[in-house]
Design a protein around this ligand. Sequence first.
Ligand code: AMP
Length: 308
Amino acid sequence: MKTVVVGTVAFDAIETPFGKTDRVVGGSATYISLAASYFSKEIGIVSVVGDDFPQEMIAIFHLRGIDTAGMEVKAGQKSFFWSGKYHMDMNSRDTLVTDLNVLADFNPVLPANYRKAEYLMLGNIDPNLQIQVIEQMNKRPKLIVMDTMNFWMDVARKPLDRAISMADVLTINDEEARQLSGEYSVVKAAKAILKRGPKYLIIKKGEHGALIFHGDFVFFAPALPLEEVFDPTGAGDSFAGGFLGHLARSGDISFSSMKRGIIFGSGMASFCVEKFGPERLFDLTQAQIDDRMHSFIDLVQVDIELVG
Ligand code: AMP
């Protein structure tokens, strides 16, 4: 396996100003692996679900070339469930319910062929599990990318700090960066967080794009202005999937490659929000992805003549 993704595979109930769903498939590993599958192959998921999880979704993972040998199915138990409600601007949301269910006593055991992966994505999940996965790798992967959220900052700060210290790239949103660092300015927050271990920090700002910080350098990728956003759930994970998928495909983990990675990540996030749940990521074509990437290039490219 070239890339291993640990995270949740779940059911979500989502309410946005434009609609409501009672139960759709979601979870961080779902969005990450689907988005990454358009760039790179040999992706394996490490997660756990109950026997309520639909076979149809597992079949979609397989159709996309995603391996599920690391995804445990627990008989007689329920999958992780999360419910959230978006505010009018869709950049912020309230978590209504987090039912850990099968995740409460999950002990990931990586299949032997996952332990040699070069790229490890620690999707949003209990940081203790993120650490357990790192510790099962035969040798340190070439790149460890990690995502997390405020929930884990509130309930598992110590293991979270340890997991962060083990990652190369951390992806969080601006509110989480403030909570993690205690700094209001995102620039100061980034400096403080980079001192804790990761060499790169990506701060996601929803419809206002994303920033990647590295040493004294910073680069910005806009989010594509879309006419209609139905459901932002999974946008951050699709972003991470596009980012990681690009790095795994190119094999280049330089800062320049990461800059391109956050543009590809923004492209995948822009698809994700167009439908409820992960559906938009089931059957994209290469032509649709290329077309979207051209829109990004058009959005930011400009010739400027300086007077001075
Ligand atoms: P995103 O919108 O990119 O932050 O990701 C949303 C996904 O994260 C949803 O599909 C949820 O199932 C999942 N999720 C929500 N809360 C948690 C949590 N505490 N731990 C892990 N995954 C979560």
